[in-house]
Design a protein around this ligand. Structure first.
Ligand code: FAD
Length: 403
């Protein structure tokens, strides 16, 4: 069998388009397919953290995002009721976050893949992953005309989200599994300016957050425990507004605003998948899924795209064996994200903070460097393993005692 393509990527959003772009830029013959057409929305809020923004800059795409008029975010504020911890989410090199509509971001990414030379087929539904002698060799699917075609490649990449057909076809091993913890629901409001701030409010068994996006709109997302998923879904508006009502000052700001879209949302499970095997690899949600409370999905998808493209280049160019190169991709992913995964699952439980955490938050409050560190941990800029290390925590308490 001869392959028409070096790589086929299924899914053309945050994970798939950058993966296809980076491989096409290295000269590989890439086919990128998606059942959707672009621009189109997807069920997701869309805070793009500073490290993801840094990746957009590295790929030459940040100016394009800025040219869409998306407001920059330079401050995150976490309001715990008695006090607020507020700081800078990024680094000097990557100080800003953005909250672009997925209609805008995903279109920008797929256009960049086309520009890089990838062949892109929108409205193309993959029906089957082709496997021969235990090795993935291609896909079978159809475009708008409904006629089924097969395409072959050396490697098929599943960038096809958490229900990944590639992962299902190869029975990719799942690990570190945790059940759904939280349900998140969001909508868009006009007349709710945020002035460069991403605000999060934490209350018992409730949390909500707001960030400004395109077209003068502000995205507001509220969450409650998964245990209330069934009971609350019949009246989302009431529960959404009740959560916000726990913070009267924000509720007052919302009363002066106008809701411009329906309330949408969902709940998702938490798990890792082994992201490679004979003839296949996974990037983005297909390989690693977690509650969106820490808004890490887009940055994780971008990181996978860079790392997986490098590993595949090493393997396809013969510099390293496929298993060595992709094995490192998996190891590095897991090492980097595990502390954030644990932190995310802890936050998503909406359990009251431990006495130690309450004491730490009290010591962080008012200490500029520690507040920036806390905010950077929540943004994924600084690993929770570093911020919560005994040395750093000890230094924060020492500074509080000395103050
Ligand atoms: C409620 C909610 C809020 C979130 N908020 C944030 C946030 O603020 N910040 C953040 O960083 N992340 C957030 N996330 C997570 C983020 O949405 C995901 O991590 C991100 O979209 C993953 O991108 P992806 O490209 O891996 O997958 P997806 O965005 O799921 O894209 C998969 C693509 O694959 C295509 N596809 C699937 N199957 C097939 C097939 N058989 N044939 C052809 N095409 C196929 C689909 O059409 C789709 O376009 C949120 C998620 C949810 C659910």
């Amino acid at each position: 069998m001869t392959s028409n393509f070096d790589i086929i990527v299924i899914g053309a959003r945050c994970a798939g388009s950058p993966t296809a772009m980076l491989l096409a830029r290295r000269g590989y013959r890439v086919l990128l397919v998606d059942a959707a057409t672009f621009p189109s929305d997807t069920l997701s809020t869309h805070v793009v953290q500073p490290l993801a923004v840094e990746r957009l800059a590295r790929w030459g795409l940040l100016q394009r995002l800025q040219a869409t008029g998306c407001p920059a975010i330079d401050t995150y504020a976490f309001d715990f009721g008695p006090f607020t911890i507020e700081g800078r989410p990024g680094t000097p090199e990557a100080p800003l976050a953005y909250c672009p509509r997925r209609t805008v971001l995903d279109k920008l990414l797929i256009d960049a893949a086309v520009e890089a030379g990838a062949e892109v087929r929108e409205a193309f539904v993959v029906e089957r992953i082709l496997i021969e002698n235990g090795r993935v060799v291609g896909i079978r699917g159809h475009g708008r005309d409904g006629v089924s075609v097969s395409e072959l490649a050396q490697v098929v990449i599943g960038a096809d989200g958490r229900h990944s057909s590639v992962a299902v076809a190869v029975s990719a091993e799942r690990y570190h599994e945790r059940p759904p913890l939280l349900c998140g629901y969001y909508s868009y409001f006009s007349g709710l300016p945020m002035n460069g701030r991403f605000e999060t409010y934490v209350r018992p068994l409730r949390g909500f957050a707001a960030a400004e996006t395109h077209d003068g709109l502000t995205m507001v997302v509220a969450g409650w425990p998964f245990a209330e998923f069934e009971a609350n879904k019949a009246d989302l508006e009431r529960h959404f507004l009740a959560a916000i009502g726990l913070v009267p000052a924000f509720a007052e700001r919302l009363r002066g605003a106008k809701r411009e879209a329906r309330i949408a949302g969902t709940t998702i499970p938490n798990f890792f998948r082994k992201p490679y095997g004979a003839g296949w690899a996974l990037v983005g949600d297909a390989g690693y899924n977690k509650d969106p409370i820490t808004a890490q999905g887009i940055n994780d998808a971008f990181r996978d795209a860079e790392r997986c493209a490098t590993a595949l280049d090493e393997a396809l160019s013969g510099a390293r064996s496929f298993d060595d190169a992709l094995g490192d991709y998996q190891r590095e992913r897991d090492e980097q994200v595990l502390p954030m995964y644990d932190f995310t699952c802890q936050l998503a439980s909406l359990a009251p903070p431990s006495a130690d955490m309450v004491a730490l938050l009290g010591a962080v409050h008012g200490n500029r460097q520690a507040m920036d560190g806390f905010v950077q941990m929540n943004a994924g800029t600084l690993s929770p393993a570093r911020f919560l290390s005994p040395e750093n925590v000890g230094a924060i308490f020492a500074a509080a005692r000395a103050a």
